[in-house]
Design a protein around this ligand. Structure first.
Ligand code: FES
Ligand code: FES
Length: 180
């Protein structure tokens, strides 16, 4: 059963108001107190780009950017993020232009089945913003929370390495208020 739905046998369960910006759009929502951020996105808002893999913080498939920081959306309750700004994989591209990280993943063929890819992309953007991956080894370490069961790691690392400078530039422009 969907965790966003009221369970059988419970007559009245209060929902909580949630004001949150998602991919640049302000949303006023009502959510159950037990709904995870991942279930809010996928089941209530039908933003299914964000994937559910393990549902307990081990695979990174559910990674999104919360106030610019990467987070496993399966591990946090939606009601905890009133007033937050959220970016999912659906919000990375602007108009018809792919995010530099997306373009690099395409160029380097950095996926096979693609199930891990939304989480890899959001995590890579968040990692770039953190600024702690200055060598290929550090990049691999910083991305180690995002698993790829297809084993596309060499191509993923190559794509991220190439896209980091352009991603840094875009993040700098965004922080100056020039839009994402
Ligand atoms: S689904 Fe969240 S970490 Fe695996
Ligand atoms: S591309 Fe299939 S799990 Fe990563």
């Amino acid at each position: 059963m969907s965790s966003t739905l009221e369970p059988q046998g419970v007559k009245t369960v209060a929902t909580c108001p949630l004001s949150i910006e998602i991919n640049g759009h302000p949303r006023q929502l009502e959510v159950y107190p037990w709904t995870t951020l991942l279930d809010l996105l996928r089941e209530q808002l039908h933003l299914t780009g964000t994937k559910k893999g393990c549902d307990h913080g081990q695979c990174g498939a559910c990674t999104v950017l919360l106030n610019g920081k990467r987070i496993n959306s399966c591990l946090t309750l939606a009601v905890m993020h009133d007033g937050a700004s959220l970016t999912t994989v659906e919000g990375l591209a602007k108009d018809d232009e792919l995010h530099p990280m997306q373009a690099a993943f395409v160029k380097h063929d950095a996926f096979q089945c693609g199930y891990c890819t939304p989480g890899q992309l959001c995590s890579a953007v968040g990692m770039t913003a953190e600024g702690r991956a200055n060598t290929p080894d550090e990049l691999r370490e910083q991305m180690s929370g995002n698993l790829c069961r297809c084993g596309a790691y060499p191509n993923i690392v190559a794509a991220i390495e190439e896209a980091m400078p352009a991603t840094r530039e875009q993040l700098a422009r965004n922080s100056k208020g020039e839009g994402q």
